[in-house]
Design a binder for this molecule. Sequence first.
Ligand code: HAM
Length: 423
Amino acid sequence: MIQKQKGTYDVYDEMGRKILYIEDLLKVLMEKYNYEYLRTPLFEASELFHRGVGETSDIVSKETYDFIDRGNRNITLRPEGTAGIVRSFIENKMYARNDLPVKTWYYGPMYRYERPQSGRYREFYQFGVEAFGSNDPALDAEIISIPVNFYKLLGLKGIKVNINSLGDTESRLKYKEALIKYLKPHISDLCEDCQNRFLKNPLRILDCKVDKDSEILKNVPNILDYLNEESKTHFESVQKYLKQLDIEYVVNPKIVRGLDYYTNTVFEVEASVEGFGSQNVLCAGGRYNNLVETIGGPKVEGVGFALGLERLLTALEFENINLIDKKSVDVYIIPMGNNEKEISMKLLNNIRMNGFSADIDYLSRNIKSNFKQADRLNAKYIIIIGEDELKTNTITIKNNETKTEKKLNFDDIIDYLDKEFKE
Ligand code: HAM
């Protein structure tokens, strides 16, 4: 028996309906926020992620799905959405539009060769947004408000918003120097990963899960003390806007994010429910004012975030939030024999094309098990077509809740359903 690959999962039954519900809600929300759908390919040139996400990030150094295609090209399955969206923004010259900022949203599978565990998959779905062409701190606040409002609409209560600022390039360089100076005498006491990070990207040490409670990391210099005036003002403005949007947040100077492209605002929303598990970051994002240029475009600012669908589903389960009703159909048709089947199929099609959901018996069940099947499908109405009905061009329709029956002319069925469902 061939089984699914490690770190992947199938979607079926109730989970499928839940996901479709969530996707519909996201689409509506994006209309309200005036963001446009943007879809990019699942695979891109490997170089895009090396340049975009960064050589020193775990995602690129350890986790990409890489292959050489039949034309000898180095290809990578996208590990995240931002780099591809930025590539598309540049390639389609969206920076030249006169309706900036360009605000986009995306949704789809991402691939990371990570060690699978609860909340961490090798194929997972992200919904994300990216907005280009404005450095307005109000836009940072808008971006943070999207997942917060979305979680609110779904009824999630146990969430915590952490924000931080990494400052602009100048502030970040100053901080990096201070951090190196502070960490140098202690570096041999930190884990092996941190020792590597010290050489390549010391900021990432603040992210370390192994050493996070050590005295060394507890006492690191605070990144916010190194922001220059401009970065400080930007961060303060973001916070003012968040207050206007009624978003509760915590300033957490340890949030540095695992991707290299961020400047200024960064944030993470975590599930704060007790016992949620270690993979509790529901979504994350921030500003990236140099990324468009790094990938080969003009100097255009960007800001965005992405949320993981799987962790959202877990959070909903944890808080006992059930989004969907029981599965049901409006009408279930029971043809009593083969002669009645043809006209039943015509009726089935007609009912569906008039906006009702309907199904029919495809297993030639007897009447008793057909009624059971109608109950399993939670059919609101049952239509029975037997010999008598065929002769008189009628149908028998039964309200499956009140159990009342009625005989109708074949041609009157749609009018009847229209009336019944309006009530
Ligand atoms: P990220 O923090 O790598 O950021 O991922 C964002 C979210 O995707 C995480 O918070 C988590 O919910 C989900 N996620 C990540 N990896 C996995 C996994 N292996 N299994 C399940 N869920 C996962 C980014 O990807 C950035 N592109 C976000 C961004 C957009 N920043 C600016 N714009």
